[in-house]
Design a protein around this ligand. Sequence first.
Ligand SMILES: Nc1ncnc2c1ncn2[C@@H]1O[C@H](COP(=O)(O)OP(=O)(O)OP(=O)(O)O)[C@@H](O)[C@H]1O
Length: 308
Amino acid sequence: MNTILKIEGLSHKYSSSWAVRDINLEINQTGVVGLLGSNGAGKSTMMNILCGVLNQTEGNVFINGIDLRKHPLEAKQYIGFLPQQPPVHMDLTVDEYLSFTAELRKIPENKIKAAVGEAKEKCGIAHFSTRLIRNLSGGYRQRVGIAQAIIHKPKLVVMDEPTTGLDPNQLIEARKLIREIASEHTVLLSSHILSEIHLLCREIIMIESGRIIFSDTMDAFNNYAQPQSILLHLENMPAIADILNVKGATRAELLSDKQVRVYFDEDPGFSERLANACVTNGWRLRELNLDKTHLDDIFKQLSTQSHQ
Ligand SMILES: Nc1ncnc2c1ncn2[C@@H]1O[C@H](COP(=O)(O)OP(=O)(O)OP(=O)(O)O)[C@@H](O)[C@H]1O
């Protein structure tokens, strides 16, 4: 099977400055892959290159094994694109617009009606077939945008910040639809909001200043920063000095007469040693919780490292 998306040494320069620098990646499965980066990190530049809207300065992009630069028409059959602003025509009805995009995608004339019907069904807009796009809410316009991106059943659907500007109800609906689309297609979705990526994505690619600074599964991202403190609830609170006697403890902060936060070095055996010390010394352990690192802290940590 061909790799759905392969990027080799991709770089792009606008006049004098590099917006994207030496990006390498491969995507082989369906599901949502998140492209996360702060404003100006290079997400749109990268997406515009992948979708053939912008020619890269250096490097190669292969869609379903086809070199995008050498064979753009062939490669583009396998990509659907939802830009930041859905490319809808306000004065057309949903059917007229989707039929037009199906023609642009070179779907044979006798198959256009079925392709439009299927895309509308998937995106939950069949009941708006004859409505002018200008009379649809933002959330439904977004659905029409998604329908045009999948009308030719591409392997890869690229969505640039697809949830920006939606209200909370529309957001929930849009996420549901994106998950459904991703059960059959590979979706590469950009956002500068970590919680959005966290909710939707199986994999995360973080870019800063045009370079990849993290690329792995969402689980690996969650585990990236190991917890470095433990919250203890003790019935018999000992002296802080006794807690610091446990090998690996670096600091202890008394929160109440029964709660203490203990900081430790990177050491996988520390929580066990601490629990043993509680039992052996009769501190009467009620609870021991590893403090989870907040997602935003991981994001900050990775971004800071990339600037060092
Ligand atoms: N047409 C252009 N000409 C010159 N510089 C550009 C152009 N488009 C983008 N840039 C610059 O390239 C860098 C990357 O921009 P890009 O739009 O790709 O980032 P982004 O991650 O998509 O940001 P945002 O979330 O704000 O859209 C930025 O420094 C931006 O100012």
